[in-house]
Design a protein around this ligand. Structure first.
Ligand code: SAH
Ligand code: SF4
Ligand code: F3S
Length: 463
């Protein structure tokens, strides 16, 4: 009888990719996806440790799972509960101590050993802990066969981080930088495309620090080189990558933005702060000016490139003037979208122990002001798209009947009504859409099919 697996994913896209690969590892054991935890024989929480809130969620979710597991046991059934990901790596045995009903705790570098862990957990009746480190054996022993990820797929090419920003926990759960060999990446990309992917987003904690072994042997490829090779993969129409560090934007990668049509004109390039003093205290290893120069080179290579960022307010010692410098930089660069966070002291990081912790109320105020500015920029960027024709890759059906949803080159979600008869044929293809209206988080458009007249007709038919 088929067993049911439910994976709840927190955190970044790398966790999303890892969750898909865990499902691939468990499929040969007979696990098929469940639609909710209550119906599952195994529940995996794939966790994130980045901010306090993210880590707290895990323990409240575990409380709920304890009750589900007990209810199942009363009906004579069993449920394996596992904690994976960055909280598992960071807290390890502490999770088994606080939540003894948990069967398995394993870090991001151990999930290829899931079958063996499941066997041990079932036999032993006590918690299994796997927090080993090397990423290489993981990628080597993941199954080739993968469940299709859909039209837009993730592909992890790089893991870990050697940067050690003073606020960040990532280097601890994810380990040192590791790049997968280019040949392995290209082979996985071809498999994803064969399974229906038309867009691939290359992932890494510092994806642009990629330096994977070249397929011919001898030397390493940077990310720009890898992207140029991927662009030759037949059937792949769009390439993206995330997350990048400003320091690792080299010439080959920047020029790829001007030369590789499949490389989308959107880049998430976290700056964190607009103050040189704060950037230095964060150990970001770049100045505000260096960030400006990278942006200028990107815009020279690809004038319409849309930028996104991560920003932190209330870093220890951040003064009002330093916060204003962040607002000024945001105003100057102009982001199409961005994420912003209150500094969250994380266990074991240098910033958590620094003097000058900023009061919560001040962080709240600064965040609200920054987010108002970012929202205004995002709205302005979306509004500026109204009236333009944009190529949209249709990814899925929308919430309303007759609707398809896709993404613009700039990663905006775009909704369109399309005639019933054309829906199946349009999914997974890039269609020209005339953008009609903009909401803060999405656009809506109408098909332009081979010329204005046909376009108008289709619009009427779908109105
Ligand atoms: N590797 C990426 C992003 C890693 S985490 C990079 O270097 O840019 C994603 C974002 O979370 C970071 O860019 C940062 O803005 C935010 N973040 C990380 N640690 C944080 C902390 N302790 N408090 C608040 N935000 C944090
Ligand atoms: Fe964290 Fe900095 Fe590494 Fe990004 S570069 S993962 S913020 S330590
Ligand atoms: Fe979170 Fe780990 Fe990603 S801490 S952001 S899930 S690398």
């Amino acid at each position: 009888m088929a067993k049911r697996l439910f994976i709840k994913t927190y955190g970044c896209q790398m966790n999303v990719y890892d969750s898909a690969r865990m499902a691939d590892v468990l499929a040969p054991l007979g696990y098929a996806p469940a639609c909710e935890a209550a119906a599952a024989d195994m529940v995996i929480l794939n966790t994130c440790h980045i901010r306090e809130k993210a880590a707290e969620k895990v323990f409240s979710e575990l409380g709920r799972l304890r009750r589900l597991k007990a209810a199942r046991a009363r009906r004579g059934g069993a449920m394996i509960v596992a904690v994976a990901g960055c909280v598992a790596q960071a807290e390890g045995a502490e999770i088994l101590r606080r939540a003894p009903f948990v069967d398995m705790v394993f870090g991001p570098q151990a999930y290829h050993r899931l079958p063996e862990m499941v066997a041990r957990a079932t036999r032993a009746g006590s918690g299994v802990l796997e927090t080993d480190f090397a990423p290489e054996p993981k990628f080597d022993s993941l199954p080739e066969a993968a469940a299709p990820q859909g039209i837009s797929a993730f592909l992890t090419v790089q893991e870990g981080c050697d940067k050690f920003c003073t606020f960040c926990v990532v280097p601890s759960p994810r380990g040192a930088e590791y790049s997968r060999p280019a040949g392995e990446v290209l082979a996985e990309a071809r498999r994803l495309v064969a399974a229906g992917a038309r867009e691939i987003t290359l992932l890494g904690q510092n994806v642009n620090a990629y330096h994977g072994r070249s397929p011919e042997g001898g030397g390493a490829w940077g990310l720009g080189r890898l992207i140029r090779a991927l662009a030759g993969c037949e059937g792949l129409v769009r390439i993206r990558y995330t997350t990048s560090h400003p320091l690792d934007m080299d010439e080959e990668l920047i020029s790829a933005h001007g030369e590789v049509p499949a490389l989308m004109p959107f880049l998430h390039l976290p700056v964190q702060s607009g103050s040189n003093r704060v950037l230095a205290a964060m150990n970001r290893r770049h100045t505000v000016d260096e960030y400006r120069r990278v942006v200028a080179r990107l815009r020279a290579a690809r004038p319409d490139i849309a930028l996104s960022s991560d920003l932190i307010v209330g870093y220890p010692g951040e003064t009002e003037a330093e916060f204003r410098a962040t607002l000024a930089l945001v105003g100057e660069v102009g982001f199409a979208q961005a994420y912003s966070f209150k500094f969250s002291p994380r266990p074991g990081t240098p910033a958590a122990a620094m003097a000058g912790q900023v009061p919560e109320a001040v962080k709240e105020e600064r965040l609200a002001e920054l987010q108002a500015l970012l929202r205004a920029q995002q709205t302005a960027f979306n509004r500026a798209c109204v009236g333009r024709t944009l190529p949209v890759l249709f990814e899925r059906a929308g919430r309303h009947p007759g609707q398809l949803v896709g993404r613009s080159p700039y990663l905006q979600a775009v909704h369109a009504r399309v005639p019933e008869a054309r829906r199946a044929e349009l999914l997974g293809t890039v269609a020209e859409l005339s953008i009609r209206s903009a909401l803060p988080n999405s656009l809506s458009g109408a098909l332009v099919a081979g010329g204005a007249a046909a376009g108008a007709e289709i619009e009427r038919a779908s109105a």
